[in-house]
Design a binder for this molecule. Structure first.
Ligand code: FAD
Ligand code: SF4
Length: 324
């Protein structure tokens, strides 16, 4: 690991001045479960690491009449065990429950979870100077691509590794960001960026910006949500494919739907065709099947990952039937 200065931030207002104009200058650390690995593997070598954990008051879960607010430093374990999240925001609590291991959930934060870097094995090995590290090619195209994208790929084919991100998007979440000129809010739908926009980053954050809060609107009456994840091992494993869904169903008829796939694209992948198809339909197995077909319309599997299409269809089907 290359040496770096370690700075303890003390307030959200001053954090921008501790960060830099480029990612090489400074990076923030929260729980460190991802960042420390990146430093050790020489994937990044910032001059400064800015510790957010010394900023007081960024770990909380509060609900008011309008929304649930989760501080960026709230641990995954605290989210998993929160009774309001369990009861009203099931997709998030179920996603939290299947992230990594209890040890990592005790330390890892929600801000770090949605900003964690890709797990592509070429990216994680310092031997492969791929596009995401400033190199000239994506090794996954001709290489082993069984864990890569079936939607939204090119020129990089990563999949977004976070379990919480699809859930937050299905729950119509917003992200509060501290910028150098003050706070701003963006919808989860607009937070993540495809490689065609910025091949080296996965979201809109600038080097001197941090997430301070996640905001989830309180669910409307009759809205229910869930998170389903398929992985190779039942513990400490990233999603091969996952689905987060929130459906509002009245007398068996779907009024509103948000369905987001994880593990299939460089960003949590909304499925607008399936959502539109479901609105106004009485939920049945045939409808769930058609929604699954619509969700996977346009998928472009690579050589080794067509199996993801089959799994994703099964998950969408199960999610619709479970929430209908
Ligand atoms: C063995 C293993 C298995 C895992 N399995 C899963 C899994 O199944 N599902 C899953 O979702 N995740 C998984 N993870 C990832 C893990 O959940 C994340 O590493 C963790 O949530 C990151 O949180 P952190 O606070 O430790 O972030 P850090 O490691 O501190 O930071 C991660 C990244 O986010 C940035 N960052 C952190 N906080 C902020 C903020 N507030 N604003 C802006 N940028 C920020 C950092 O600069 C860094 O780039 C796994 C990790 C490991 C090591
Ligand atoms: S998928 Fe992205 S991270 Fe992986 S080798 Fe290709 S460019 Fe690099």
């Amino acid at each position: 690991m290359q040496s770096f200065a370690y700075v303890n931030a003390t307030s959200v207002d001053k954090v921008a001045s501790l960060l830099g104009r480029t990612w090489d200058e400074a990076q923030v650390i929260a729980g460190g479960t991802d960042l420390v690995g990146e430093l050790k593997e020489h994937l990044i070598s910032p001059k400064r690491v800015v510790n957010l954990k010394t900023i007081p008051g960024l770990s909380y879960i509060r609900q008011d009449a309008v929304a649930l607010r989760i501080g960026a430093l709230t641990t995954i374990a605290d989210i998993e065990s929160n009774p309001i999240v369990q009861k009203q925001f099931a997709a998030l609590s179920q996603a939290a429950m299947v992230i990594a291991s209890p040890q990592i959930r005790n330390v890892g934060t929600i801000g770090g979870n949605i900003c964690q870097r890709p797990r592509c094995w070429y990216y994680r090995s310092e031997d492969f100077p791929c596009l995401k590290k400033g190199g000239d090619r994506c090794y996954a195209v001709a290489g082993i691509n069984r864990y890569h994208a079936i939607f939204g790929g090119g020129p990089s084919y990563i999949v977004h590794p976070s379990d919480s991100a699809p859930a937050l998007m299905a729950l119509n979440g917003r992200v509060k960001i501290m910028t150098s000129t003050g706070p701003k809010e963006v919808g989860m739908d607009d937070f993540f960026t495809l490689p065609e926009t910025s091949v080296r980053r996965e979201n809109i954050l600038k080097p001197n910006e941090i997430i301070t809060e996640i905001i989830l609107p309180n669910p409307t009456p009759n809205a229910k949500s869930l998170y389903l994840k398929v992985r190779e091992r039942q513990s400490i494993d990233f999603a091969l494919v996952s689905v987060a869904a929130m459906l509002t169903v009245v007398n068996g008829v779907c009024q509103e739907a948000r369905i987001v796939l994880g593990g299939v694209a460089p960003i949590p992948w909304r499925t607008p065709d399936a959502e539109t198809f479901l609105r106004g339909k009485k939920i049945s197995e045939a409808v769930a099947n058609s929604a699954a077909e619509a969700a996977l319309e346009g998928a472009k599997p690579m050589r080794d990952n067509a199996y993801k299409v089959t799994i994703a269809k099964a998950l969408v089907r199960r999610a619709v039937m479970a929430l209908g």
